[in-house]
Design a protein around this ligand. Structure first.
Ligand code: COA
Length: 374
């Protein structure tokens, strides 16, 4: 009776739909199974290729090491030959030496695509993890992100410095600002080490510059509150604002270089010639350089002011006998901080100024060579 009622009232229909959907499920499962089999095949091929890739990487790395050693021995041999050489031989030796130097540059480019052991710093910070990015696209994206990170942090730090200088003169806000600086420079040193592992030609000083800046911000962070601190505070904050402005200009220059160089490498994004890039770079550099040099001399000025501060009488009293006086003097006598800061600013000035001069000189030399060759 129940069955009859169900048949009349159409309850059989859902049972029929259920059967149909089960069929559909089964056919879907078969389809998924087929795709899964294909995925398994593809993954197997991928694993094989990965193994091949790892083997090729090992072969290339050991071949480069072998070639380097052979070239080093050859260089030694050539050096010995130079003692007893004729004019014709000199020419051959010079030619070989140039070729050896070029070969070393080629090895540097090759190694940018091979996994390698991290240096001491990256090993300490990240552990022994491979940081080599294997494709040009990934390398470009990482560098682009590094430049963007610098830009965003520059904006934040500029707001921080403006707030401290014009809005709030509270020690705690200064400390937050200085802590942010320490963190920012630490992060830059890590990112730059990764960039260098990926074939970036950042000069050693620019990386060291960020270690020195981390130290400087750390000393600023621990400088005790007092008249000495207040005397230098405004000058330091104004310098920070100026440095952020220069960093803006630097960002547009460096990002412009990055995009144009990439276009030169790929040739399909922008129709850009090497000469076009050179003229753009020189225009950017001549605009940027006066601002950079002004910043360097501001660093020197900071160093001089701080040396003067550290030589003041109220910064000299260190032989304090009573505990209460020790506490009081801890606030007012900050000679080590002031002296260390002065020294650090001097190191920054020398490093930045001399390296910038060297970079410009090298670029001019390269330009001259190119003009000669054309
Ligand atoms: N910080 C980080 N990376 C830098 C750098 C810096 N200050 N200067 C150059 N580089 C990088 C470049 O991006 C490039 O990287 P890539 O190989 O991954 O493409 C590489 O180093 C080689 O650059 P190079 O051709 O030598 O110089 P450039 O034309 O890019 O820049 C300067 C030249 C002078 C504009 C630049 O070095 C600079 O701005 N220096 C001044 C920094 C300074 O003094 N700051 C304090 C201001 S108060």
């Amino acid at each position: 009776m129940a069955r009859l009622l169900a048949a009349v009232s159409g309850r059989a229909a859902p049972a029929q739909t259920g059967t149909m959907s089960l069929e559909r499920c089964q056919s879907e499962w078969t389809e998924i199974e087929q795709e899964y089999q294909q995925l398994q095949e593809t993954h197997k091929v991928y694993r094989q290729k990965l193994e091949e890739l790892t083997n090729l990487q090992a072969i290339c790395s050991s071949a480069i090491t072998k070639q380097r050693k052979a070239l080093k021995d050859l260089k030694h041999g050539l050096h010995k030959c130079t003692k007893t050489r004729s004019d014709k031989e000199t020419e051959v030796i010079n030619d070989l030496q140039v070729q050896i130097k070029e070969r070393q540059n080629v090895f540097f480019d090759m190694e940018a695509y091979l996994p390698k052991k991290n240096g001491l710093y990256l090993n300490l910070v990240l552990g022994n993890v491979n940081v080599t990015l294997l494709s040009n696209q990934a390398k470009f994206a990482y560098k682009d992100e590094y430049e963007k990170f610098k830009l965003y942090m520059t904006i934040i730090l500029m707001f921080g410095a403006v707030t401290c200088l014009f809005l709030f003169n509270y020690r705690v806000i200064d400390e937050i600002f200085n802590f942010l600086l320490v963190w920012y420079y630490c992060t830059l040193t890590i990112r730059e080490s990764i960039l260098m592992s990926n074939g970036s030609r950042i000069k050693g000083w620019w990386v060291s510059h960020h270690y020195v800046s981390t130290f400087l911000s750390g000393v600023m962070l621990t400088w005790p509150e007092g008249p000495m601190y207040q005397m230098f505070r405004s000058q330091f904050l104004a310098f920070s604002i100026y440095q952020s402005c220069v960093q803006f200009l630097q960002y547009y220059y460096q990002r412009g270089c990055l995009y144009r160089l990439r276009a030169l490498g790929e040739r399909n994004q922008l129709d850009l010639t090497v000469e076009g890039f050179q003229s753009w770079m020189w225009r950017g550099l001549t605009f940027l350089l006066p601002f950079l040099f002004f910043g360097h001399f501001w660093q020197l000025y900071n160093a001089v002011c701080l040396f003067k501060l550290s030589a003041r009488d109220d910064c000299k009293e260190w032989q304090v006998k009573r505990a209460a006086e020790v506490v009081r003097h801890h606030y007012y006598c900050s000679k080590p901080q002031v002296f260390m800061l002065a020294l650090t600013f001097l190191v920054l000035f020398l490093g930045n100024f001399l390296t910038t001069l060297k970079v410009v000189h090298q670029k001019l030399q390269k330009n001259k060579e190119k003009v000669k060759n054309n």
